[in-house]
Design a protein around this ligand. Structure first.
Ligand code: DX5
Ligand code: ZN
Length: 217
């Protein structure tokens, strides 16, 4: 069985004590830290970027998972890698040449991910599966934390998992958006093994919430 990993998204953390918020989920046993970068162009909101990543890099050895919701992400891959990203995910909708972008990430020494929005067919990822470490299926429209899981996306995860199995590839499947106690099981059953959770971790007691979510693994 592929390792199941919780990736708390600090988008929903309290930024006045970001270091502590990260330590809490690390202690709870989360292996990845999800870092949502938004540019106000590809998505409506603006979040944070390289200086914040660089600063929080010092607090933990977790895998820092940078999710780039930005136009022309190729411009910034080098800088996010330098700032401490271990895994960099770009959106299929934003890259000029997905294979080249994934190769560029690998050349920087990071793991590479490719994401699709809810309205983008998951088959769009298939030509690039050989070149990625992780496929990200968005389960909300990117741009904000705290949205509701889009049920139709579960089938996309299942189709992707079947394709990966059929081709004998070793590609992780990440789901992002609306993952909580009520939705995490369906995502896992469909084949997701890296579960992003923002509000369901950081709303309330982050330690307890993270432990509870990992109880579903
Ligand atoms: C959405 C982001 C998510 C977000 C998830 O645009 O990509 O990573 O933080 O938040 P929740 O878990 O609250 O849906
Ligand atoms: Zn994200």
């Amino acid at each position: 069985m592929r390792e199941r990993i919780l990736a708390p998204s600090i988008l929903s953390a309290d930024f006045t004590k970001l270091g502590e918020e990260i330590k809490i989920v690390e202690k709870a046993g989360a292996k990845y830290l999800h870092f949502d970068v938004m540019d106000g162009m590809f998505v409506p909101s603006i979040s944070f970027g390289m200086p914040v990543l660089k600063s929080i890099r010092k607090v933990s050895d977790m895998v820092y998972d940078a999710h780039l919701m930005i136009e022309q992400p190729e411009r910034y891959l080098e800088y996010f890698r330098e700032s401490g990203a271990d895994l960099i995910t770009v959106h299929l909708e934003t890259v000029k040449d997905a294979k080249a972008a994934l190769e560029q990430i690998h050349a920087l020494g990071a793991k590479a991910g490719l994401a699709v929005n809810p309205e983008t067919p998951v088959e769009g990822l298939y030509p690039y599966l050989e070149y990625m470490d992780m496929a990200l299926v968005m389960t909300v429209h990117p741009g904000f934390g705290g949205q509701k899981y889009i049920e139709e996306c579960t089938d996309k995860v299942a189709a992707l998992y079947a394709e990966i199995q059929k081709r004998g590839l070793d590609v992780d499947i990440q789901v992002d958006g609306g993952i909580c106690e009520e939705t995490i099981d369906k995502a896992i059953q469909a084949g997701a093994n890296i579960l992003v959770a923002g509000s369901s971790v950081y709303k309330g007691d982050a330690y307890e919430n993270a432990v509870k979510l990992m109880g579903h693994f």
